[in-house]
Design a protein around this ligand. Structure first.
Ligand code: MN
Length: 257
């Protein structure tokens, strides 16, 4: 499994303990300007004092290609550029909504795209990071769709379509996703316990952080007698939400809106 670079290596140690921040499921969308304002604020305040920001997928409600400059995307890209330009490392994983974020996005923002899943080294602690959708193995319909849209041939064909066609297809896909979410029982859309156990075992870590399910929580468990912890990040639909790691301690925080 891939290991993410440690931003500590490229930055001189400061007097204050390093902060690592994690967000996911911000779902930035022109139809939700308050969430967008709050996220830009978060980048300029909390994130600006961090060593690194990890965005674990679904930063955008939809992303149909790096050539889509519609809406407020430019201000989001500029804010990320300001953050990375000030020396805060920013890492990004694909979510199920924005898996078409590509090299051009990274070049313009200074963010580094990481594979999903990936192991991050945080002050020497190995932590598994993943968006989380791949753990929802009980949702067979979704997993089938995921397999299709992650193939290079599907992505090449989709990206070769004119931008307005891609935007239309994305809004149809979102409507389809809403319908699927409405008629699928909630347990089906949560992570599968065996998939979680397999991910812990494959990565040989005792902590994982993911989003996607919009059920922020810290789950402690024993896996074959070994204590493991799964931290789930929250979505930004109703309020801001992030995880902070400081001096080896983790805390989920909400930002009221
Ligand atoms: Mn998701």
């Amino acid at each position: 499994m891939t290991t993410a670079p440690d931003p500590a290596m490229s930055r001189a140690p400061g007097p204050a303990p390093a902060r690592h921040l994690f967000v996911s499921d911000v779902h930035l969308d022109d139809g939700a300007p308050e969430a967008q304002r709050q996220f830009l604020d978060f980048l300029r305040t909390e994130a600006a004092g961090a060593r690194a920001l990890y965005i674990l997928g679904d930063l955008f409600e939809a992303w149909v290609g790096d050539d889509d400059g519609s809406g407020d995307r430019a201000s989001v890209l500029a804010a990320l550029r300001d953050l990375t330009g000030s020396g805060v490392a920013c890492f990004l994983l694909h979510g199920n909504r924005d898996f078409l974020i590509g090299d051009d996005f990274c070049r313009r923002t200074g963010c580094q795209l990481l594979p999903d899943p990936v192991i991050a080294e945080l002050d020497g602690e190995r932590v598994l990071l993943t968006h989380g959708d791949a753990l929802c193995t009980d949702d067979h319909a979704y997993q089938e769709l995921r397999t299709t849209v992650r193939t290079p041939i599907w992505q090449r064909r989709f990206l070769s379509l004119p931008l307005p066609d891609r935007q239309l297809l994305a809004s149809e896909a979102r409507a389809g996703s809403r319908a699927h979410t409405t008629r699928t029982i909630p347990q089906i859309m949560d992570v599968n316990a065996a998939a979680v156990a397999a991910a812990f075992a494959a990565a040989r870590v005792s902590r994982m952080i993911h989003g996607h399910t919009h059920r922020p929580a810290v789950h402690d468990a024993l896996l074959e007698g070994r204590p493991v912890q799964r931290i789930v990040l929250g979505a930004w639909y109703e309020q801001g939400s992030y995880l902070i790691r400081e001096a080896g301690r983790y805390e989920l925080r909400t930002l009221p809106r």
